[in-house]
Ligand binder design. Structure first.
Ligand SMILES: [Zn+2]
Length: 221
């Protein structure tokens, strides 16, 4: 709304004052229904550009795709998305290998669960005799991503648990977060109660597979 005839975004309270564009792009996070109430899904939302008035603090936003720099930004992102897709595929390979060593009944990726709580896609699920592991894979190990990943893993495990209970399968369902090797310990500490597997992309193996599969790998001898 407050763009003047010269194309400059000005404050509604101070029509002569150009607003300052926040660097880069931002997003309005999606709100989604869940069994436990409304949750904010930080992986979905509307990309925007934010401007603010440095006199009164008024904030204005515009759809990012109408603003300069957006197409370059998306191109850069698609390179990142390719890299994270590659990371995920390698992690799936490594999990499949471990699954075959520990006698998993099945290993499935991108499993979609639909029902009362809506639609939920889970990165990977491994079915073992006494336990079902639910994996959330993150190709980035920043503190925020690890924290959100742990919550998503726990939530995914709850969803899978409900589905299995509905078909009288009462195996324990355990969440596991997978991140790249080298994630800092302080970040991982925030992933409360959810075990964090670290995958070494160069060595093509988990650094700490024993934290999840220890007993099973030992039993195998
Ligand atoms: Zn103002």
């Amino acid at each position: 709304m407050p763009i003047n005839e010269k194309g400059v975004v000005c404050c509604v309270n101070h029509p002569r004052r150009p607003m300052v564009r926040n660097s880069g792009f931002s997003a309005i996070t999606a709100a989604e229904p869940s069994a436990t109430g409304v949750v904010f899904n930080s992986s979905r939302g509307v990309p925007i550009v934010v401007f603010s008035c440095d006199e009164c603090g008024y904030v204005e936003s515009y759809a990012a795709n109408k603003m300069s720099g957006w197409s370059e930004f998306v191109r850069e992102g698609s390179v990142g998305a390719d890299a994270s897709h590659g990371f995920e595929l390698k992690v799936f390979d490594a999990l499949r290998l471990i699954g075959s060593r520990v006698g998993a009944d099945a290993f499935e990726t991108h499993v979609v669960f639909t029902g009362g709580m809506g639609r939920r896609e889970v990165d990977a699920v491994m079915y073992l005799r006494h336990v079902i592991y639910v994996f959330e894979v993150k190709s980035n190990s920043s503190a925020g991503v690890v924290g959100v990943g742990a919550l998503q893993a726990r939530d995914a495990a709850r969803v899978v648990s409900r589905f299995r209970n509905a078909v009288a399968d009462h195996r324990r369902v355990a969440p596991v977060l997978v991140v790249p090797a080298g994630a800092s310990v302080s970040n991982l500490a925030k992933a409360e109660e959810v075990p964090v597997l670290r995958y070494d992309f160069l060595k093509r193996r988990f650094e700490n597979a024993e934290i999840v599969f220890g007993g099973l790998l030992r039993a195998e001898g």
